[in-house]
Design a protein around this ligand. Structure first.
Ligand SMILES: Nc1ncnc2c1ncn2[C@@H]1O[C@H](COP(=O)(O)OP(=O)(O)O)[C@@H](O)[C@H]1O
Ligand SMILES: [Mg+2]
Length: 299
């Protein structure tokens, strides 16, 4: 199982995630909140006292990413940027990180933090209807846009728009910018494989987890052992093998999780050999290799 999904589901997700490529540039900041919320420092868990939200609970802890979380909290909270896009390749950890940051920001947004799944949203009207449903606006007269903009006008909340790249492909990326103009106390963290190219956008290109053959304690190795069903003590040699596997997979979390889920069906040495044989030296191919591996092991 990978985050509640079977290995085949995870592979399908990996493939889908890899359909596009990541961009990584940066653009000027225009939209800022008039009153930036206070900076939130250390990670925390959700409690009943929190502001409203629809964020799912996480079975497993976030590995590494302390610096990235701090950067994003600073961008949204301290600097008050209202549209921050986390960009990066499929499987690199954008959604996971945005959820984590959204939870840390709950105290800053009295009207809550709302995750909006945009993967199958086709256009602007559907986006506004989907956001309306996510924030709890189910009954309204007229268009979803009118109702949503009126509802959000005086509210202070954070939207997490996940998998926004489809709207960009549809030429509708600007829909979020229009919403933010109509709702001056609303902020958004967007995840997308590529930059949206909006004037008000601040981009945060997300890199792989740390990996290094010489570092048996890297973020990648820690993620690997979080998901590998290793019984008993993890030896120094295990860590060295895992470091090599993680290097071949270039620190891409989804690839690492898929690989780790093969343990103990395969030994670490066998897994390393299989990945090496497939001669993959970039993460995209790395995931393909794991997809093939998975098919041969789970027919
Ligand atoms: N730092 C991390 N710690 C633990 N799990 C992670 C981490 N980063 C990503 N994951 C897991 O890796 C998988 C892929 O991450 P995800 O956020 O869905 O990638 P993306 O949104 O970039 O496609 C998910 O199962 C996610 O929970
Ligand atoms: Mg995602």
């Amino acid at each position: 199982m990978v985050d509640g999904a079977t290995i085949d589901e995870a592979v399908a997700e990996a493939r889908q995630s890899l359909a596009g490529a990541a961009g990584a540039w940066s653009v000027p900041v225009l939209l800022r909140s008039t009153a930036p919320p206070a900076f939130v420092g250390s990670p925390r868990t959700l409690g009943p006292e929190d502001n409203p939200h629809n964020l799912p609970g996480m079975d497993r802890r976030l590995i590494s990413r302390e610096r990235e979380s701090t950067d994003l909290l600073r961008l949204v909270s301290k600097e008050g940027n209202r549209l921050v896009t986390i960009t990066g390749a499929g499987g690199i950890g954008k959604s996971r990180l945005s959820l984590h940051v959204g939870k840390q920001l709950l105290f800053d947004f009295p009207d809550g933090v709302w995750m909006v799944e945009c993967e199958i949203v086709a256009g602007r009207d559907e986006l506004y209807a989907t956001i309306a449903a996510a924030v709890g606006l189910h009954r309204f007269e007229g268009s979803a846009q009118e109702a949503l903009f009126a509802y959000l006008r005086d509210r202070r909340l954070l939207l997490l728009l996940d998998c926004y790249e489809g709207l960009q492909v549809a030429g509708e990326a600007g829909a979020i910018e229009r919403l933010l103009e109509a709702a001056p106390q609303v902020s958004a963290i967007v995840t997308s494989r590529s930059i949206l190219g909006l004037a008000s956008e601040v981009t945060y290109p997300l890199q792989s987890l740390g990996f290094d053959e010489q570092d048996p304690e890297s973020g990648s190795v820690r993620l690997f052992f979080e998901f590998a069903a290793v019984n008993g003590k993890i030896t120094v040699q295990d860590r060295q093998l895992a470091s090599q596997i993680c290097c071949l997979l270039e620190g891409v979390p989804l690839a690492i999780i898929l690989a780790a889920s093969r343990i103990p069906i395969l030994s670490l040495a066998e897994l390393l050999e299989l990945i090496k044989k497939s001669a993959c030296h970039c993460c995209t191919e790395g995931l393909e290799v794991l997809a093939r591996l998975s098919r041969s092991l789970c027919p």
